[in-house]
Design a protein around this ligand. Structure first.
Ligand code: FES
Ligand code: FE
Length: 379
């Protein structure tokens, strides 16, 4: 499957079909996105009872809603009767219930079947049994995570453990008070590339000097190409004449007061497998989550989070947002440039990872490990 006889300093990437094949993508949907905890929405997106959002998780559409008891619940967005999609909108608000547009079965915000035409004449349609199918939910850092597995893995191990592995301590994220920050800006990117190309790109900084002129200006060590984003557990230091993490190095906005002296003037980056990237700087947090839609298409939703008072005051965030918006566009253009090459005969056995990219091999090992049951023919 992989290129052989490579010198020790070069590690093969995954073969091209891992970035193009429908069958492999289907296995990833089942064994990664539908089996692991998946970061679905920001809690504040559900800003009152009845506020809902729908998101794609693997092959499923998932409906998340805040109840009148303030609890966020998640359900498969599928009517129990004949399978109609309950909510076609990406977001919205209902007062007390969801009414299926097909035969008007009506579900409460807790998923219970409240009403259906002629229900009293159908004693076998039990309201509990025929309620919406619930999905496991956890909240952390102001985000709602869902898991479609029948027996969800430990959230602490999969999600929090990943942060510990990257920052050395889950407590290192606490000073940023991520749960309390407000969304200052959200940008969605429709990227015509496989989700793994996006992860790989985020994990290495070998490309930084070539495609990120603004970022390397702010973080000079990135110009060296050896500071892997994935490993910026030590924090990359701002350049001496840089005032803030902005597109032109000018002053940012009000600093998060609980950020420690060691975290000041530094940039930290973490990857939370399988689909979250986080950047931490003293005055904001940038939170990316991917929704893989097809082998060659991934939706990336990115939030810029600031102190609530900064957002409420209508502070100009444009220079702050523009830095990473440019970085994102530069990165996604690079991923889209690679996607067609994945179908080339040249890439049938994959490409190579140079020494500063070797840690991407660990990500590939993770993917192959998750896919192992599929290659053994086990579901
Ligand atoms: Fe929803 Fe019939 S499919 S009520
Ligand atoms: Fe980049």
């Amino acid at each position: 499957m992989t290129a052989n006889s490579l010198p020790e300093s070069l590690i093969p990437t995954l073969p091209g079909e891992h970035y193009t094949g429908q069958e492999i993508f289907a296995a990833e949907q089942r064994l990664i996105f539908e089996s692991m905890w998946f970061c679905a929405v920001r809690r504040s997106d559900l800003d009152g009872p009845g506020a809902y959002r729908t998101v794609t998780v693997g092959r499923e559409s998932v409906l998340l809603v805040r109840g009148h008891d303030d609890v966020v619940r998640a359900f498969l967005n599928v009517c129990r009767h004949r399978g109609a999609r309950l909510c076609a909108e990406e977001s919205g608000e209902v007062r007390r219930a969801f009414r299926c547009p097909y035969h008007a079965w009506t579900y409460g915000l807790d998923g219970t079947l409240l009403a259906a035409p002629n229900l009293t004449r159908m004693p076998d349609v039990d309201r509990t049994t025929y309620g919406l199918a619930g999905v496991a939910v956890r909240e952390w850092l102001g985000y709602v995570w869902v898991c479609l597995a029948r027996e969800p893995p430990s959230f602490e191990e999969q999600v929090i453990g990943e942060v510990v592995a990257r920052l050395g301590d889950a407590g290192a994220v606490e000073p940023y008070g991520v749960a309390e920050l407000a969304v200052g800006r959200r940008i969605s990117y429709d990227v015509r590339a496989n989700w793994k190309l996006i992860v790989e790109n985020f994990m290495e900084c070998y490309h930084c000097a070539t495609i990120h002129p603004e970022l390397t200006e702010v973080l000079p060590e990135f110009a060296e190409g050896y500071a892997a984003q994935y490993f910026v557990g030590h924090g990359a230091e701002f350049g001496a004449d840089i005032k803030g993490f902005t597109v032109d190095g000018s002053e940012g906005v009000a600093r998060i007061p609980t950020v420690t002296a060691e975290q000041d003037r530094r940039y930290f980056a973490i990857t939370i497998k399988p689909q979250v990237f986080v950047n931490l700087v003293p005055d904001h947090v940038i939170w990316h989550r991917m929704y893989p839609l097809a082998p060659d298409r991934t939706l990336v939703e990115c939030d810029w989070l600031y102190l609530p008072e900064v957002v409420a005051a209508g502070t100009d965030l444009s220079r702050s947002v523009e830095l990473f918006d440019r970085v994102n566009r530069q990165d996604f253009a690079a991923c889209e440039r690679c996607q067609p090459g994945m179908s080339s005969r040249l890439y049938a056995n994959g490409g190579v990872l140079v020494p500063s990219e070797h840690h991407i091999g660990a990500f590939h090992a993770f993917v192959l490990d998750r896919l192992a049951p599929a290659s053994r023919g086990v579901s």
